[in-house]
Design a protein around this ligand. Structure first.
Ligand SMILES: [Zn+2]
Length: 219
């Protein structure tokens, strides 16, 4: 567990690390094992003061254990809940990519790639033969750094989707790497859909307010 902040998967609020409580830990040490072999399982509960729910995760630690492996218990996936005005197929790909993150980072990366394609088609109304062509058509509409990250997501997703020409060559994607892709999907959902929605709402509110004021003046 990184002791910074986390986003509550129930309500999207930022939760500070000081609300984390460790409820349970099991040590995997014995008299024969050296410090090098020591490992521990930690089950943590993080209380969200905003929605008053507790998020449970499990994590194992130890020098020989994989780093940064946080396994969600409740909810089963740390996927954020995005609003209904984002198409369901896109939210579903995102949530599935998150739910399979620890079990199969490769499958998760492939789903992130599919999710990205859905977003480009729906949000930007760009539909080409391949995702490569769609991203190329998007290039001039987004910042250069975002274009590079999106293109990298496409290529990483391809690792999961296609067998290498040499089937003995195994290129794995680590959970941490697949999680970067999900963070990018979250950022794009936020910057494209949520911000557009909030902007439009603000503009409409201002126009409505003005209409009411003007009609008062004319009366
Ligand atoms: Zn919450």
């Amino acid at each position: 567990m990184s002791y910074g902040t986390m986003t509550c998967p129930f309500c999207n609020a930022t939760v500070l690390s000081n609300t984390i409580r460790r409820y349970f830990s099991a040590h995997g040490t014995s008299e024969e094992s050296s410090l090098n072999d020591a490992c521990e399982l930690l089950v943590s509960g993080t209380f969200c003061p905003n929605c008053r729910k507790t998020i449970f995760t499990a994590q194992y630690t130890g020098l020989k254990m994989p780093a940064n492996t946080i396994i969600p218990i409740y909810p089963l996936s740390p996927a954020r809940q995005f609003p209904d005005y984002i198409p369901e197929s896109i939210r579903q790909d995102y949530e599935e990519a998150y739910s399979i993150l620890s079990l199969s980072p490769k499958a998760s990366a492939t789903l992130s790639r599919r999710c990205l394609q859905g977003m480009i088609r729906d949000f930007w109304k760009i539909s080409e033969r391949t995702l490569f062509e769609e991203i190329t058509a998007l290039k001039d509409k987004i910042p250069a750094s975002q274009y590079q990250a999106i293109n990298a997501l496409r290529q990483l997703g391809n690792i999961g989707a296609h067998m290498e020409k040499d089937t003995n060559l195994i290129i794995d994607i680590e959970p941490q790497e697949a999680q970067y892709l999900l963070k990018l999907i979250e950022l794009l959902l936020q910057q494209w859909y949520v911000e557009r929605h909030e902007q439009e709402k603000l503009y409409a509110d201002i126009v409505d307010t003005n209409n009411i004021k003007q009609s008062c003046r004319n009366d």
